[in-house]
Design a binder for this molecule. Structure first.
Ligand code: 9WN
Length: 440
């Protein structure tokens, strides 16, 4: 389908290319984020992948989510990685022998039959399940898709609103930078500084076998990631009050939690369950998000360090993601749009796509992972938020930039926000999937 806002031919070339990436990265029951760099199933990747895959094959999109859900723990958590036993241990670090979920996660109800990590990622899943259902409601109903996934998705949300309310303030906390999905964002520098790094000689970074060192987190970051994950593991992956050396309330994770609570209300209505509880929770969470994390001076949401009780002053793109929420005060929406298009994020010039971190920030680096580069899942969320709140021109411009950058870079993992030059790996699944979604 040709579109007036895109160069002739681009939609079909991009669609076909994206579909090929998703076919190549499909393992038979789920999709790897990237064949070389990430050869297992990742939690929030699968949700974004399902959102695009629903246009190609609603059936595969349902399986993507259901495969992930079979690795859910009894306490409700969805692990951030589900390991493929056929992949050699050396292909990705940290590997299953590091996490030891089936033994170390025993008390938290880790499954015995599949190896997983013990940490989580942002809850995009109920939103994805709802969007997947809507792509082909008749087929979804025939397969009983929503009825099957609903109780699991509810348990997942309740894990986050329950055990992970570490601050006792009605918001979920992350206990490891990997849980944000924005691993080395400068937002984590301050709370991470308290963590004694593990000695780099005690582990081997498989990511450097595939990725360029300058585009990846540093060894010092990795030392701290390893220390935090190992100590969570050694405590049986328990979330006891006061036990976490790192606990942060992240605006993006909480916004996705709320968006998924809204999606659960929609799902409940379709399967004759009660949507009321989900709507009440969504409203309460939105109130808490505004009360705790909104910062009018910054014109965006800021992370909060739960251990010190202080706001983290770094402006990470995470603080713009609540734009996806429907029930925000008008002045908050207006400020978020101003911040996205202003000097800190530069949408509409000088940035072609929203950077992961403040262009004027002390740690900005246009190449290094979550410290500046633009990511397609984040820009997809922002496009959705801008459109939801009537900023149609900005949403259209962002969509056109995202589509042309995804296509021109061979579906790169992330790109330089100014030039859209490819960074990280290519043939990246969520870039391909969200390209398809943006084309529809
Ligand atoms: C750690 C898979 C994942 C994404 C994350 C991204 C990166 C892993 C890594 O890759 O993280 O989970 O090894 O760097 O930061 O958002 O889900 O694509």
């Amino acid at each position: 389908v040709e579109r007036a806002d895109l160069p002739p031919g681009l939609p079909s070339i991009a669609y076909n290319g994206a579909q090929r990436v998703l076919a190549r990265n499909w393992t038979g029951s789920s999709t790897v984020p990237s064949r070389a760099l990430y050869p297992h199933q990742w939690s929030w990747d699968s949700a974004f992948i399902a959102i695009g895959l629903r246009h190609v094959s609603p059936d595969r999109a349902q399986r993507e989510l259901e495969t992930l859900l079979t690795a859910q723990w009894q306490d409700g958590r969805i692990p951030h990685i589900v390991f493929n036993p056929a992949v050699p241990l050396t292909a990705y670090f940290p590997s299953p022998d590091f996490w030891r979920s089936s033994t170390a996660g025993d008390k938290a109800g880790a499954p015995a039959t599949v190896e997983t990590s013990g940490i989580v990622q942002p809850p995009v899943h109920a939103l994805a399940a709802w969007l997947v259902h809507r792509a082909d409601p008749a087929a979804s109903t025939r397969r009983g898709f929503l009825r099957r996934v609903y109780p699991r998705l509810v348990a997942w949300q309740r894990y986050l609103t329950g055990r992970r309310d570490l601050g006792g303030r009605g918001l979920a906390s992350i206990v490891h930078p990997w849980e944000s999905g924005m691993d080395n964002s400068p937002c984590w520098d301050q709370p991470l500084a308290r963590i004694e790094p593990a000695d780099v000689r005690t582990f081997h970074r498989a990511d450097l076998d595939h990725g360029c060192r300058a585009d990846r987190p540093t060894d010092l970051d990795y030392g701290r990631y390893v220390r935090l994950a190992a100590s969570y593991r050694d405590r049986g992956y328990a979330d006891d009050a006061g036990s976490h050396p790192f606990a942060v309330e992240d605006p993006a994770l909480n916004a996705l939690l709320i968006a998924s609570e809204h999606a659960l209300a929609e799902i409940a209505a379709v399967i004759d369950a009660d949507p009321a509880d989900h709507l009440v929770r969504a409203e309460e969470l939105t109130t808490n998000l505004l009360k705790r994390l909104w910062n009018p001076d910054a014109g965006m949401f800021l992370c909060q360090d739960v251990i010190t009780g202080e706001h983290i002053t770094e402006r990470g793109v995470s603080g713009l993601i609540p734009l996806i929420l429907p029930d925000l005060p008008d002045e908050v929406v207006a400020a978020l749009v101003r911040t996205a298009t202003g000097e800190h994020f530069g949408l509409g010039g000088p940035s072609r796509l929203a950077p992961s971190y403040d262009l004027t920030g002390r740690a900005f680096d246009p190449s290094r992972y979550w410290r500046g580069p633009a990511w397609f899942n984040i820009n997809w969320l922002l496009e959705r938020g801008l459109r939801l709140h009537g900023a149609t021109e900005q949403a259209d411009a962002l969509r056109a930039e995202a589509l042309s950058a995804a296509n021109a870079t061979g579906f790169a993992e992330y790109v330089d926000p100014f030039t859209c030059e490819a960074r990280g790996s290519q043939d990246f699944s969520w870039t391909a999937a969200l390209t398809i979604d943006l084309l529809m």
